[in-house]
Design a protein around this ligand. Structure first.
Ligand code: F6P
Length: 455
């Protein structure tokens, strides 16, 4: 069978445009897991990546149609900036994100008023604009790989314009259970699930999320065809990061900073579902309840701001800052800062931290996969213990060899920190070796092939 042409569609694209020294537009590749995994697979091929224009320079690039940037064929979609803001901040991040992560306290105050429905109109227009861009450029019979909750309605709009195309959806998030999605107005749920049902298949990182999505569809009279295909890191991409001089320099700096203490590490966007605060509170309880760890462990918090257009994220960031300051104030001494906080999105420094860690904390309430957990397994050079909560999609693959950490119970989580930090060298080595084998099984190439195999 002849290979079908492929179009990838995502809200955040693989490159962002800037003006170079000569005034010309240049595309620079982003550092996210999906991008670093997929970019090498599609670079130099006929695959086109369609994404929202997120800056003025991206908007200018959109005027040229499909452009070649950093080896990729990219088409940015220029949207009305206010529509994009409403679709991204209000519908995608303040509504769908919290519903899919089961964070229902965010619906405590009235949400679905006229202002919200105006934002829903913007979400529809953004999805339509994406569908029109894809309809214009997709080769006959192409497979269109739609990524994530920002673009649920693209396939339904494409079905009218280009019935020759086959759309496959992939959710990098978890999916709300039917009782959770029920916080949304019924007509909105019906449109969302009808939008997903317009795809030939819908993919997820975990069967737990696939089952929830099927249940949500059934509740409003739709059937979904689902598949499960967890993503994994690209070992070659990780190797090129560790080989970068800046990564080596960051490693040397962290090494000096930690000395002979144990190094607990977390790397995250400052994101409510990542449960960053309870991780610090667990650490606080560890220091309170087990004095032997005072002065003996450094918690490296490589967490950086995200989605600051949403008030809940801004407030969460303030809580993170305050909690870190309080823990350091309570326990810190002249020569020891318990939590070292570096809130900048420095990818190679984060890679260095994961290489140097003695234990890595990944305790989300709920998470589609959590690629950092898997990256840490391949990057780490000291048989680090991985602390993982059941809410992460990666739990399905890694549970046997992690130290479970409770996402909610701070006292139990402190016990898990102790268990991880106190684990003997032999057990650490055995677990780390098994984790490396499991993680290596799932590459971006396999994930990409699984999506294309749905048609
Ligand atoms: O995990 C879901 C996801 O949309 C990822 O695909 C993406 O890397 C991440 O959230 C960050 O999203 P944003 O584009 O909002 O920064």
């Amino acid at each position: 069978m002849a290979e079908r042409a492929t179009v990838i569609v995502s809200n955040r694209g693989p490159v962002s445009f800037r003006r170079g020294p000569d005034g010309a537009l240049e595309g620079r590749r982003g550092a996210g897991g999906l991008v670093s995994g997929l970019a090498p697979l599609v670079a130099g091929t006929s695959t086109t990546w369609v994404a929202a224009a997120l800056s003025e320079e991206d908007r200018e690039a959109s005027a040229s149609g499909v452009v070649e940037a950093d080896g990729l064929r990219v088409r940015t979609v220029a949207l009305d900036p206010e529509d994009l803001r409403q679709a991204y901040d209000v519908v995608s991040n303040r509504t769908l994100w919290f519903a899919h992560h089961g964070m229902l306290d965010h619906f405590r105050e009235p949400t679905f008023d006229a202002t919200w429905f105006a934002a829903w109109g913007a979400y529809r227009r953004v999805n339509l604009a994406f569908a029109e861009a894809v309809a214009d450029l997709a080769p006959e019979g192409a497979v269109v790989l739609v990524q994530d909750y920002h673009l649920t309605l693209v396939a339904a709009a494409l079905a009218e314009r280009r019935p020759d195309l086959v759309c496959v959806h992939f959710s990098h998030t978890p999916f709300a259970r039917p009782a959770e999605l029920a916080v949304l107005p019924e007509a909105v749920r019906a449109e969302l699930m009808g939008g997903l049902a317009a795809h030939a298949a819908c993919g997820f990182h975990s069967e737990r999320w696939a089952a929830a999505a099927r249940g949500c569809a059934r509740a409003v009279g739709h059937e979904l065809t689902t598949f499960v295909s967890p993503l994994g890191p690209d070992p070659a991409d990780l190797a090129s990061s560790t080989a970068a001089p800046a990564c080596g320099e960051a490693l040397a700096r962290l090494d000096g900073l930690v000395g002979d203490r144990a190094f607990l590490v977390r790397v995250d966007r400052i994101e409510l579902s990542k449960n960053i605060l309870r991780g610090f509170l667990a650490f606080d309880h560890l220091l309170a309840s087990r004095p032997e760890w005072r002065g003996r462990v450094v918690f490296g918090a490589f967490v950086y701001p995200s989605r600051e257009g949403v008030e809940a994220y801004r407030r969460y960031r303030e809580d993170v800052d305050r909690t870190i300051a309080e823990v350091n104030e309570r326990w810190g001494t002249e020569g020891w800062t318990p939590i070292v906080y570096e809130p900048d999105d420095d990818y190679l420094r984060s890679v260095a931290a994961l290489r140097r860690a003695d234990a890595v904390v990944v305790n989300p309430i709920r998470d589609g996969l959590n690629l950092v957990a898997k990256e840490s397994v391949l990057l780490n050079e000291r048989d680090a213990v991985l602390l993982l909560s059941e809410g992460a999609g990666a739990w399905d693959e890694l549970a046997d060899d992690v130290v479970p950490i409770d996402a909610w119970d701070v006292v139990a989580a402190a016990g898990s920190l102790h268990r991880a930090l106190a684990m003997g060298a032999e057990e650490r080595a055995e677990r780390a070796a098994r984790l490396r084998r499991v993680v290596a099984e799932r590459t971006p190439a396999r994930w990409f092939a699984d999506q294309q195999a749905q048609v």
